[in-house]
Design a protein around this ligand. Structure first.
Ligand SMILES: [Zn+2]
Length: 261
């Protein structure tokens, strides 16, 4: 019963949205990542993004004024990983804070001996457990380039990972997937990728992925949506797991869109 009411409310929110199709089309044109999406997928993405905008709050930091176009650019990209999963993976938090450019928060961290240290690091994005997503707009704008890097997808896939606690590269899996298959694919891939990075052998995937299993999952998710051929070529087992997890075959989508050109 609750689900029926919720679906009805969602349909009403989508119907009453004041954002025109022309506005959505203009933002889709700005995101070449969406080139291979079918009309049905684009329509689903737009509906998800409308609900996303209804449930989340955007806040500009350091004087940044958030325009509607900025919201749409972020919302559409944020909804790519959940296109077949629905919005529930983003439950439990509401704020998206956007800085004009990279930011350097000062933090106090405690080391393994219980000693506190003041640290300040340069960041382009952050995802807080049960807290906000923080993005640097100048990096978000780079979504117009298909290079395997996508800040919005990176930070939002951390949120999917955090559904069961701290980000650890092990999001909740769906029925039909097995933890051992996921663990084997990602742990073998992580060790192999670490070795490649230490030797300076680039395969086109950012070596930031080698810093932790959580970053490995987030960076490989970016690549899965932007340059899936890289994961399919070097880490086919991980590609298979990501395809099952996101319920999208990004490689087939790119191949079919190239065939239509
Ligand atoms: Zn990260």
């Amino acid at each position: 019963m609750f689900q029926i009411i919720r679906n009805w409310l969602d349909r009403r929110i989508i119907r009453q949205s004041s954002i025109t199709l022309a506005q959505w089309d203009a933002v889709c044109a700005y995101l070449p990542l969406l080139t291979g999406y079918s009309d049905a997928e684009r329509a689903s993405l737009r509906e998800l993004a409308i609900l996303f905008l209804h449930r989340k709050i955007f806040e500009g930091a350091d004087g940044l004024v958030i325009t509607q176009q900025m919201k749409l650019i972020i919302a559409l990209q944020a909804c790519i990983p959940i296109l077949k999963l629905g919005l529930d993976g983003y439950n439990g938090w509401v704020s998206i804070i956007v800085y004009p450019a990279g930011f350097s928060p000062k933090r106090v961290v405690m080391d393994e001996f219980g000693v506190q240290h003041n640290v300040q690091s340069n960041l382009s994005g952050e995802a807080w457990q049960r807290g906000p997503i923080v993005l640097a707009w100048n990096n978000t704008e780079h979504a117009g380039i298909i290079d395997g890097n996508n800040l919005v997808i990176h930070e939002f896939t951390h949120k999917l990972d955090m559904q069961t606690g701290d980000a650890n590269g092990f999001p909740p899996l769906h029925a039909g997937m097995t933890s051992s298959d996921w663990f084997d694919a990602f742990s073998d891939g992580f060790k192999n990728f670490e070795r490649r990075c230490k030797r300076g052998k680039s395969i086109g995937i950012n070596c930031y992925a080698a810093t932790s299993p959580a970053e490995f999952f987030a960076v490989l998710s970016e690549v899965f949506f932007e340059r899936p051929e890289l994961i399919s070529r070097y880490y086919p087992d991980i590609f298979h797991q990501l395809r099952l997890f996101y319920k999208q075959d990004t490689l087939a989508r790119i191949s079919s869109s190239k065939g239509q050109q």
